[in-house]
Design a protein around this ligand. Sequence first.
Ligand SMILES: *Cc1c(COP(=O)(O)O)cnc(C)c1O
Length: 430
Amino acid sequence: MIKKTNRSQKLFEDAKEYIPGGVNSPVRAFKAVGGTPVFFQSAKGAYIFDEDGRRFIDFVLSWGPMILGHGNPVVLDAIRKQLERAMTFGAPTALEINLAEYICGLLPGIDMIRMVNSGTEATMSAVRLARGFTGRDKIIKFEGCYHGHSDSLLVKAGSGALTLGIPSSPGVPECIANQTITLTYNDINQVQQVMEQIGSEVAAIIVEPVVGNMNCVPPIRGFLNALRECCSSTGALLIFDEVMTGFRINPIGAIGEYGIQPDIICLGKVIGGGLPVGAFGGSREIMEQIAPVGPIYQAGTLAGNPVAMASGLATLKLISEPNFFNPVSTLTTRLVNGIIDRARDAKVPMTSNHVGTMWGIFFSHEREIINYKQVMRCDTKRFAKFFHGMLAEGIYLAPASFEAGFMSSAHSVQDIEYTLDAAERVLNKL
Ligand SMILES: *Cc1c(COP(=O)(O)O)cnc(C)c1O
């Protein structure tokens, strides 16, 4: 057992004085698992070090971006070089073309990209683009998918499939929320029925191709296909929110994994290599509706920031090397299957999902988890115990059972074996 931290506790008290809840993003606050959030100080490869100098194997990886692990020397070099040249101009730079061209070259059907500063901005802008392009207002999303915190997307389901959305936060006007319809992820019949009735009013269906915001839930066979067909037959646009899955589940993301072409793609996380970058892209026809070519307004002072572009480009180049992905995916499978084996031995009911380098374990009796209702039935108390047990063993998992886990190329087989040994000890005490 590692000794109990003191610095984090003290820092958390200080933080609460000046920052609401002591954090700059709610999930960091450990509300779902109890206890005090760990304050981190440094990182290297697969490891992160807290303010007390304790080492943890990191399976959060800043919620996905650090697919190369922390402090990759090639990425650091690219960032350093650019820092010396300039941090920002608010004017065009060649680096922006380089990253945009590189991403468009990787993603079939994506001709143009607009850079923004976060995933939230990417999805918010994509929704505006879809509305402006189609001249329609309604948006369809799915329960359990998270698309950032913009008004149109911070909406939960009304009671029936066709009731309009209700704001999931004070501050979101009802007149905006009720333009959003929330359906059940992986329910093909439901979305087909709804689109038959109101498809001509729908600007876009937005979906996480693999959901990473209700733990990790992949699409069932035919689901993404059905979305594509519903959109094509009604003139609605299909938006893939690949902020998490892009360059994570597959060398190019969902287009590569499932062979389905979205009209608009949203990117973030990995494409910044750890610096704040988001992007949205699509065909030339759609993207040229954006200002200054077209009438749909979208802008950003630091958008396409040169340092962030350098970081993103260096990262993407490394992960698109031919031998990059398989070993990281294989390690992910090894981790997930290993935990499941140990849970079975410890007689703890558990199910798992994983796609590429994204993974999730569920404290659940169900054989297969495919939607939000099932995720909500998982044993969150048991997860909280598991989380704290693993934390004490020096393993940092996402501090909530509704979050996906990640793997990086910096994780070694030894790190995974160490993690599995720890999991065995912790599971046997649950
Ligand atoms: C993280 C995430 C976002 C929001 O991105 P931020 O950079 O946190 O604003 C949007 N969509 C998905 C699928 C995400 O995982």
